[in-house]
Design a protein around this ligand. Sequence first.
Ligand code: 9WN
Length: 480
Amino acid sequence: MDRTAQLTARPARADLAYDPPLSDTSPQAGAARVLAANWTGTSTVPSRSLYPHQWSWDSAFIAIGLRHVSPLRAQTELETLLAAQWGDGRVPHIVFNPSVPLDAYFPSPDFWRSATAGRAAGAPRTVQTSGIVQPPVHALAAWLVHGADPGLSRERGFLARVYPRLAAWHRYLLHRRDLGGGGLVSVVHPWEQGMDNSPCWDAPLARITPAPARSFRRADLDHGAPEDRPTDLDYGRYVRLAADYRDAGYADGGGQFAVEDPAFNALLIASEHALARIAEELGAAGTARRARAERLTGALVERLWEPAAGQFLCRDLRAGGATVRERGVTGLIPLLLPDLPRDIAAALVRTLRGPHFSLGDRTRLVPSHDLLAETFDPHRYWRGPAWFNTSWLVERGLRTHGETDQADALRAAVVELAGATGFAEYADPFTGEACGATGFSWTAALALDLHQELLKHLAQGVSPTGTATFARSDEGGDRG
Ligand code: 9WN
């Protein structure tokens, strides 16, 4: 916590641990203000303009930063999301706010029709949601949020309440989404993986017949420049895939799109390790979860590691398990796993610094796609620009593997550029110019988190190499 700001703060609102005065113009104060402005009372919108509901992986990243501002709000953020969990265990990618007009975001609740189309899968009756999912960052977030104020967490029974839901969520992924039968989870829509318009989806999407453009109205173009957003053709395919899934009652296994993705699976493994810690905190054993996380790490390496590329690549199950040759940032995210074989971690660091991502040379934040690819575009959604959540994950990975100088430089870039861009949704990877929405919640949250890490290390007079967020299974991990 920024003690100076705390001392000079206005009398704090009850649930705020960090409530800087308006006169404070530091980036940390700016980040806290973004999180306050985007707070709805029970959760945080990613962006007031572009994304006016609650998003799943956004909420996990937001909670990781929000814990420094208000541990209570951070707990509530995750609890609100998990309250919309389906009976089959899936955590929906959007939880809709009923007071937001239907035309503010597409696809809206009347497209997903969760309560009716999702009945067999156990969709909730009282809240409307989408029917697809997003990466499982939640158990990791819950563990970090607990560590920010263990007293409050225990008093409220936070972990005891979220643990069964998180366990059911992982069970859904592991049992219903192992579509390739090799132990890894598949995504059935590009929106599930979170990097929606990545060139990694071009080949798997190419065989999908797009829904006709006149059958839907995009709301994103009311707020974003068309040349930065996915094309109408891509949108037509997103809509077709989502509509087919809905019309099949959100049953898994039959769809035309099924991809094993490195980041999605790595985040599941990190969260499985976190669930082991949560279990232990609650007095149970974490051994089986750790063993599962190790098995999953083995499967990730066996199925998605590509030695010649020096990174992980996606596998397209509907093309007979063919490797997708595009190099997305997704293939670097497994660096966050502490138990990754040493030679693989070293190769990932080389790739990150090499010509394809050029970190520390041509780029300061990690680009979302291979700079050398024909498909690279520095401004279009997930086809090249840098997002702050992926840079945060890579920073955590670099630190975990003892790459302290690289991690320090990336941390400085995240903190500085988040503030300088007005907490932009993403940035031009070469110039750092703001792109997309500003006042974007996870940008503010994760910049705040890295700033807190920096303060903590300065206070300790050391720059530790790595147990902060992603600890080895035999280490203690972050307790706040
Ligand atoms: C579809 C909310 C979400 C993020 C995704 C990002 C974008 C939505 C969209 O916004 O996706 O879910 O309409 O483009 O790609 O990662 O969770 O911030």
